[in-house]
Design a protein around this ligand. Structure first.
Ligand code: C2E
Ligand code: CA
Ligand code: CA
Length: 566
């Protein structure tokens, strides 16, 4: 961090100069007048004694006039100084008796000291972040430019990191901005702890930080990334709360990934986005990421037409009752087959749809098709309930419950057979509206489930205030719970607590029989995962169930089995 710069542009010199000039002029003028009178008398002998007296009187009067003028100018300077000082809120020493010049000098000195301090403070503020006291974007750019210049002339490399906290918005929304602010301060301190003398860590705004490592190559950057991830692993304590602030780091190197500051900042941003998307902690920039970022922009335009062009389809993943082994439900998962790119995973296009507003027609399309499929299955004797993902945007849309009701009415499906999955983060992004929309959906008769439970910061006790029937423990806790004791503890505690609060528990991401056995032992209600079946098309699911050991006893195929899929 740079110390406040005591700038050399002191206003002291500027103010002192005219005063000094006027002061030295006075004795010169007096001397000049007396000298002129004396010369007239001595050399030309034209003047009488009387004239001499007149000349002396004139000189004296002139002197008095000059003195008065001098005093009045001094007073004006004092007044001006007081005016500037009061505008700047600088307290000046009171006017006292004594040498007027010394007084002026002491007041000027005080004023200029204050101005210098104020200027330095302003300069510091303009270049630092108020919350964390770290350099801000403008100082980072200044240092990046300087480091680039040095790297060019000395043929050296440098690294630039852009870092973003994971799920910071949830901390702010759930625990309040004061906790969010303190989290940012502590993150700032932890990032500083991994710095070398020449490095700069800056806060770019919000939960975004940057790190400049002059002279760093790929190897050193990697080591620093690992150190950052390690220091962020330790929980951060804020009063009684312990938080784990995950971080995603995008890394770019000069000269490999760009030659100027603007390009490096942009590519580091893209790399950070990739690190976040892949949840891999850190990522070095790759030119292919850029192509993806550009194509993402193009995709958002195509997404608007995807429904109309029949490019979307649904797959269904079975959900099994752990106690009975019965498949009683299926989760509808949307797929997009882009005409030129091919299959695009929902994790890539759902966030896009949320940003562009395409999520509303997309969600209504999913619900419409899923209900149609439920009806097909039922007509064929397969009675499954359906679980449908609701995006964060849907919960902020007060008109949605009525539209969803219209769809169940149209398909004659009992809303009690429809589960709407809502992610924790969706509720937390606008709790008031989310709560209102959830109440209306629950009043219609839909079951509500909290998806990806455990990845946010909400507590079960908070969720209990909402009309929630079930929680789905996120697959990141489930898949490895037979090998990771921490995961097993979390799953066990969640199941116990949810049951105590009268909620059912679904475990997603069940990939092995060991995990299944553990879940059965812990009393988990429902399991979903590749062990049972990856998602598949509606007809394929019906065919599979009819031949599957998981379900055969509950399967009552109707003679006129419709094999049409939606
Ligand atoms: P999700 O709701 O958590 O869905 C479960 C995801 O986990 C699905 O990925 C599924 O294929 C995958 N999965 C299932 N079993 C296993 C397993 O045993 N192990 C592992 N590792 N993964 C498993 P998918 O289909 O790619 O969906 C990803 C996400 O996209 C979904 O996560 C959901 O958040 C979103 N999504 C999918 N369809 C829709 C939709 O119609 N509307 C909205 N709003 N979001 C959707
Ligand atoms: Ca889901
Ligand atoms: Ca999930």
């Amino acid at each position: 961090m740079s110390a406040p710069n005591s700038a050399a542009t002191s206003p002291r010199g500027l103010i002192k100069l005219p005063v000094a000039v006027s002061i030295y002029k006075i004795p010169l003028l007096v001397l000049g007048t007396v000298f002129a009178g004396w010369q007239l008398q001595v050399h030309f002998q034209l003047l009488s004694r009387h004239t001499g007296v007149v000349a002396a009187t004139v000189s004296l009067s002139l002197l008095v006039c000059l003195m008065l003028r001098w005093r009045s100018r001094l007073r004006r300077i004092h007044a001006q100084l007081e005016h500037y000082a009061s505008r700047m809120g600088v307290p000046l020493p009171v006017e006292s008796r004594g040498d007027p010049l010394a007084r002026l000098e002491s007041r000027l000195q005080r004023f200029s000291e204050e101005v210098i301090a104020e200027t330095s403070a302003l300069e510091y503020q303009a270049q630092h972040d108020g919350l964390t006291s770290l350099p801000n974007r403008s100082l980072l750019l200044e240092r990046l430019e300087a480091a680039l210049h040095q790297a060019r002339t000395q043929y050296r490399s440098l690294a630039l990191f852009i870092m973003d906290l994971d799920r910071f918005k949830e901390v702010n929304d759930t625990l309040g901005h004061h906790v969010g602010d303190r989290l940012l301060q502590q993150v700032g301190r932890r990032l500083e702890s991994v710095l070398g003398d020449m490095d700069t860590v800056a806060r770019l705004g919000g939960d975004e930080f940057a790190l400049l490592l002059p002279g760093a190559d790929r190897q050193r950057s990697q080591a620093v990334c690992r150190r950052i991830l390690a220091v962020m692993e330790r929980p951060i304590r804020i009063d009684e709360i312990r938080l784990r602030a995950g971080i995603s780091i995008g890394v770019v190197l000069y000269p490999d990934h760009g030659a100027d500051a603007t390009l490096l900042m942009r590519t580091a941003d893209i790399a950070m986005y990739e690190a976040k998307r892949k949840q891999q902690g850190y990522a070095f920039y790759r030119p292919s990421d850029d192509i993806q970022a550009i194509s993402r922009l193009g995709l958002s335009a195509d997404l608007g037409d995807a429904v109309a062009n029949n490019e979307l389809k649904l797959e269904y993943q079975p959900m099994v009752d752990v106690k009975t082994g019965r498949i009683f439900c299926a989760e509808a998962l949307v797929r997009w087959c882009h005409p030129t790119i091919g299959q695009i995973p929902p994790e890539d296009f759902i966030p896009l749809a949320e940003q562009t507003g395409a999520i509303r027609p997309l969600t209504l399309w999913v619900i419409d098709r899923a209900l149609e499929q439920v009806k097909h299955w039922a007509n064929a004797g397969l009675h499954l309930c359906i679980s449908i993902n609701m995006s964060v945007r849907c919960l902020q849309d007060r008109g949605l419950p009525a539209q969803v009701q219209a769809l169940v009415d149209r398909h004659h499906v009992d809303p009690a057979n429809v589960v709407l999955e809502i992610t924790e983060s969706a509720i937390m992004s606008d709790p008031m509206t989310a709560r209102r929309v959830m109440r209306r959906l629950s009043n219609i008769g839909f079951h509500l489930s909290i998806d990806d439970f455990g990845t946010g910061y909400s507590s079960l006790a908070y969720l209990k205030q909402l009309p929630v029937d079930e929680i789905k423990i996120d697959k990141s806790f489930v898949s490895q719970m037979d090998q990771d004791e921490n995961d097993a503890v979390i799953v066990r505690a969640t199941i116990d607590l949810a049951h105590n609060l009268g909620m059912k528990v679904v475990a997603e991401g069940v990939e092995s029989t060991d995990v299944w056995d553990l879940l059965e032992m812990l009393g988990c209600d429902t399991a979903q995962g590749y062990l049972i079946r990856p998602p598949l098309a509606g007809k394929a699911l019906a065919d599979w169930i009819s031949s599957s050991e998981w379900h055969r006893e509950y399967w009552t195929p109707s003679p006129a089995l419709e094999t049409e899929t939606v």
